[in-house]
Design a protein around this ligand. Structure first.
Ligand code: GLP
Length: 267
């Protein structure tokens, strides 16, 4: 996998990368896996701007979101349905039938998860799965110790995740739903390409575990290292826990998409 440290805005960087991949696509529809969270707000704003300026279109894009809280209605402002509508879907020319998000209010949650896996298959698999990183290294809502071959399912959220996400729920971790629906790590790993983003010091430990530690289910994000085409894009704060050795190695490597970026290939 590649670790890219950039001083540029992560959202602009990612949006221009997505556009490049979409432009170079070899098939239609182009299938995107989509995340939520504070880290990717800028990315959605940048994608919306590209569409507004006629540089990109979502007409031939099919999307699958990573996760959703169990029990929240789509019009609840903290639901991922609401987030996606607000930050992306209402801003671009996507057809509603091309949007897929797990329904946290479904009666048969397990059946719905199986149907989601099937829908991804029917769409021809995900071309580019985008993601953020939890403070505890979670990927989508795959909490620590999730198997790397896990599929879409219901997940019990850890205390640490409920605390991290409490900022969206009046700073009260008990208001954060206790469960979520999430694609599995196996579901994500089956995608043709992965681009994950991490910003800020609170993600520094997860980034260091990924860059320097062993591949382990204790840190779900380390699953990225098992994928042949995975990139983790980070800002300098999220890279701040890397060892001096690692930083030196990175300093010697070549520039990435932007001339000031540092890139490291981790075998
Ligand atoms: C939630 C989402 C994750 C996301 C994480 C990070 O827990 N389920 O998919 O990666 O938040 O969010 P933020 O970008 O707000 O730090």
């Amino acid at each position: 996998m590649k670790l890219i440290i950039t001083k540029h805005n992560l959202g602009l960087w990612a949006a221009s990368y997505i556009r490049a991949r979409w432009t170079a696509r070899t098939k239609d529809p182009f299938v995107l896996g989509l995340p939520t969270g504070g880290t990717v707000v800028d990315m959605y704003a940048a994608l919306a701007a590209l569409v507004k300026n006629g540089k990109m279109s979502f007409k031939n894009i099919v999307t699958f979101n990573m996760d959703e809280y169990v029990g929240l209605a789509p019009d609840n402002e903290q639901s991922y349905h609401y987030y996606m509508k607000h930050h992306l879907f209402d801003q671009v020319d996507i057809s509603p039938r091309n949007i897929h998000i797990l329904d946290g209010q479904a009666e048969d949650l397990t059946g719905q998860c199986a149907a989601y896996e099937e829908a991804i298959k029917q769409a021809g698999g995900v071309d580019l799965f985008l993601g953020g990183v939890g403070r505890n290294g979670h990927l989508a809502f795959n909490e620590p110790n999730s198997p790397f071959d896990s599929r879409t399912r219901v997940m019990e959220l850890t205390e640490s995740t409920r605390q991290a996400n409490a900022r969206f729920f009046h700073n009260d971790p008990f208001q954060v739903p206790a469960k979520a629906l999430t694609v599995g790590i196996g579901t994500v790993l089956e995608s043709r390409e992965l681009l994950f983003l991490a910003s800020g010091r609170q993600k520094a430990e997860a980034v260091a575990r990924l860059a320097q530690g062993p591949i382990t289910e204790k840190w779900p994000i380390t699953a990225l290292k098992t994928h042949p085409r995975a990139t983790l894009l980070v800002d300098p704060e999220a890279a701040s826990a890397l060892t001096a050795d690692m930083k030196e190695q990175i300093g010697q490597t070549r520039p990435a998409q932007n001339s000031q970026d540092l890139i490291l290939t981790i075998e």
